[in-house]
Write a protein that binds this ligand. Structure first.
Ligand SMILES: [Zn+2]
Length: 151
C-alpha cells in the first residue's frame, strides 16, 4: 500500500492514526484485564478450586508448582507486552509508529493488527529473516562462542 499523500505533511493519514490508536488501546485494555484477572487468581487462596483440585489429586504436587510458575510467567509476559503497547502508543503520538524501519513505507494495518510491534514491512521482514538465517548458519559454523563476549 503506497501512500499518495507522500510529498507533504505528517506521514500518517488521520484515519490510519485513529485506527492504529484504537487497535493499540483495545489491545492494552485486553492485556490489563488479563493481567489483573490473573493476579487475582494467583493471589486468592484456594483459587484452584473444585475442578482443578480433582485433577491435582491425580498428579504430583510438583506439577501444581509448575502450573503456578507458568501462571506467573504468563503474567510477566503479559505485563511486558503491556509495556510494549504503551511504548507503541507513545511512538504513535510522536508519529514514530507503523512505518517500516528499513524502507520507511507504511506497514500494512492488517500486519500491525496481527503483529502490533512489527517494525518492518512484510517484504523487509522476510529479507531480514533470510539474512538472519544465513547469519545463524555462519555463526554455527564458527562455533558461535564469540557471540556472548560483549554482554
Ligand atoms: Zn520495508
Amino acid at each position: 500500500m503506497k501512500a499518495n499523500q507522500k510529498a507533504e505533511g505528517p506521514a500518517m493519514a488521520r484515519s490510519r492514526y485513529t485506527e492504529l490508536k484504537r487497535m493499540l488501546q483495545e489491545r492494552r485494555g485486553e492485556l490489563q484485564a488479563q493481567v489483573q484477572g490473573k493476579m487475582r487468581d494467583v493471589r486468592a487462596e484456594g483459587t484452584w478450586g473444585g475442578k482443578l483440585n480433582e485433577v491435582l489429586d491425580a498428579v504430583e504436587s510438583s506439577e501444581a508448582d509448575i502450573q503456578e510458575d507458568i501462571e506467573f510467567a504468563l503474567i510477566q509476559m503479559k505485563s511486558e507486552t503491556l509495556n510494549k503497547v504503551n511504548d507503541a502508543l507513545g511512538r504513535l503520538e510522536r508519529g514514530d509508529y507503523g512505518n517500516c524501519f528499513e524502507c520507511g513505507e507504511e506497514i500494512a494495518e492488517k500486519r500491525l493488527r496481527a503483529l502490533p510491534f512489527a517494525v518492518r514491512c512484510k517484504e523487509c521482514e522476510e529479507a531480514k529473516e533470510v539474512a538472519e538465517r544465513r547469519e545463524r548458519q555462519l555463526a554455527q559454523r564458527r562455533g558461535a562462542s564469540s557471540l556472548f563476549l560483549d554482554i
